[in-house]
Design a protein around this ligand. Sequence first.
Ligand code: AMP
Length: 251
Amino acid sequence: MSKHPDRAAWFEGGDAKCDVSPSPRGHVYRLVLLGPPGVGKGTQAELLCKALGTCHLSTGDVFRAAQCQTDHSPALKAALEAMRRGELVSDDLVVSMVSERSGCLSCSGGFLLDGFPRTAAQAEALNELLEQQGVGLDAVLSYELPLSEIVDRLSGRRTCSKCKAVFHVTARPPQKEEVCDLCGGQLIQREDDRPESSRVRMQAYEESTKPLADYYQKTGLLVPIRAEGSPETILERSRDALLALAVSSKI
Ligand code: AMP
């Protein structure tokens, strides 16, 4: 069995190289996952990456990794404070962070972008970066869920402090309370999943990210997916949607 890619190039940026490359199964997928906070994008990204043999590129993961380091530049310090409040980090900083890692976009394993783009300006920047790297998107999977379920998912979500695996206190409970099934790390509630920050994140989503669905609809890349049910059910729907694209020769 192939090892899970270590994503060093994504986490460290600059000249960092991954020790383990993703091993694509069949078509090399280049996808964006879109959807409100708590809809389960991170979980789907993990499951889809295993199924497709591609790499999970989450901008939120890069910021959370930076939180654990010291010696932040003033720009990064401001970004992490915005993140704690549930606000979006500035387009300039996010785009320069992704630009620094743009080699990941032409990785031979493909990619699943999770949490980027989040604004129209970021979507334009992504188009330019993809063009520079000589690759294009296959699809934008847009996960959709009623607001009441989103609130429940955010408040019950728990994340492993070590390997970042995602659980839910009722929908996907760990075998042992507060302990990660995968690595034994401690499960925590993300600072920005607390109710006060969640409200701000939902507002940022409604104002800045939701309009991206229209943007990608116009380009013909948008694939809406119902995000109700278990992670496995939603994965099945995602795979069916990708299969339908392949059958219709869109990819
Ligand atoms: P996520 O894990 O994708 O929900 O991201 C967590 C937090 O990181 C967000 O609430 C933002 O504060 C910040 N963040 C991550 N990606 C972006 C982005 N593309 N644009 C702006 N802020 C972002």
